[in-house]
Design a protein around this ligand. Sequence first.
Ligand SMILES: [Zn+2]
Length: 173
Amino acid sequence: MALREILQFPDPRLKRVSEPVTEITEEIRELARDMCEAMYDEPGIGLAAPQVGEALRLFVIDTEWNDEDTERNAEVLINPEFIKKEGKTTWEEGCLSVPDYTAEVERASEVTVRALNLEGEEVTYECTGLKAICMQHENDHLDGILFIDRISRLKRSLYVKKRKKKLAAEAAE
Ligand SMILES: [Zn+2]
């Protein structure tokens, strides 16, 4: 089966605000499976449904996985809600939808997130470190926000210029 294509900036579909999942159907389970497959293939540590063109409040993460030798243990979060955000921390972030770029982003250092899993059970995640960052980054995608929307206007415009130049060069080839 072909891997799902991951949309890349400036695809306008990345800017949409996603709708809640109303029922966990076989299609939703299939979407989650496809998203995990695409995430590991890249590889990445998180992927949100809007990144594969589905405007649904769902993301997958696996912040423990880092190479072919570690066990894959992806978590699927459906209709996630942040019930606590505390502290501040800064991490160098990247995104599968924002090619050739990383930048420091300030976020909460501790978060508590409540979401449904694929069985429709409510799960509460208390996270710090990379997992807390990843949760916030992926949840932003559900609101149409990319990490480059959280950096300075100057840095962002430099990236946008570079990206447009690259796309123009690719189109001219
Ligand atoms: Zn991302």
